[in-house]
Design a protein around this ligand. Structure first.
Ligand SMILES: CC(C)(COP(=O)(O)OP(=O)(O)OC[C@H]1O[C@@H](n2cnc3c(N)ncnc32)[C@H](O)[C@@H]1OP(=O)(O)O)[C@@H](O)C(=O)NCCC(=O)NCCS
Length: 150
């Protein structure tokens, strides 16, 4: 079973390759974007790893909205060969625990309207549809906004 730990500088190349494997060009992060999110001071960046290496990672950040802290899920990426084994669920649980400790009461995220696997995953974890952002990805692909209590 994979264990959760904080991201380290040495992980960047592996996480970059994993993100490229998870998302199409234009949606996957550039290395500069990935570094920015991974090491942002208000961020939570966690890796799920075991003897077989890194199975997945999650990036989240805290935002203030109307004076309330919101936990924004930036991305969750699981290695294709290691999906449907509970890694994504484990990462989300770990992120949520850290957000709760920081006083976050609500989680929110954006997901591409055509990303059926991720939408099913988030619904399973209790996220509900809250809105839609036109052209959020590449100026032409809409995002669903999903949210739940932390
Ligand atoms: C979405 C993603 C993170 C899920 O990770 P995962 O480790 O496979 O998820 P889990 O094994 O923890 O799944 C938990 C539950 O979510 C649901 N679920 C997960 N993936 C699903 C899929 N592709 N289709 C339908 N339901 C799914 C299932 O109910 C699953 O439980 P089960 O396997 O016992 O049926 C992974 O598919 C992924 O990395 N996708 C590519 C990157 C991406 O789109 N990330 C989201 C960015 S917004």
């Amino acid at each position: 079973m994979a264990e959760i730990r904080r991201v380290e500088r040495e992980d960047v190349e592996t996480l970059f390759a994993l993100d490229q494997a998870c998302f199409r060009p234009g949606i996957a992060y550039s290395k500069a974007e990935l570094r920015y999110f991974l090491f942002h001071p208000t961020g939570i960046s966690l890796v799920a790893a075991d003897g077989d290496g890194i199975a997945g990672f999650a990036i989240a950040e805290m935002r203030m909205e109307h004076g309330q802290p919101i936990g924004h899920i930036v991305t969750i990426d699981v290695e294709p060969a290691r999906r449907r084994q509970g890694v994504g669920r484990m990462l989300m649980r770990a992120v949520t625990e850290r957000f709760r400790e920081a006083g976050v009461a609500r989680l929110r995220l954006e997901v591409a309207v055509d990303n059926n696997g991720a939408i099913a995953f988030y619904k399973e974890l209790g996220f509900a549809l809250e809105g839609r952002i036109r052209g959020y990805y590449l100026g032409r692909l809409d995002a669903l906004v999903m949210a739940r209590a932390a």
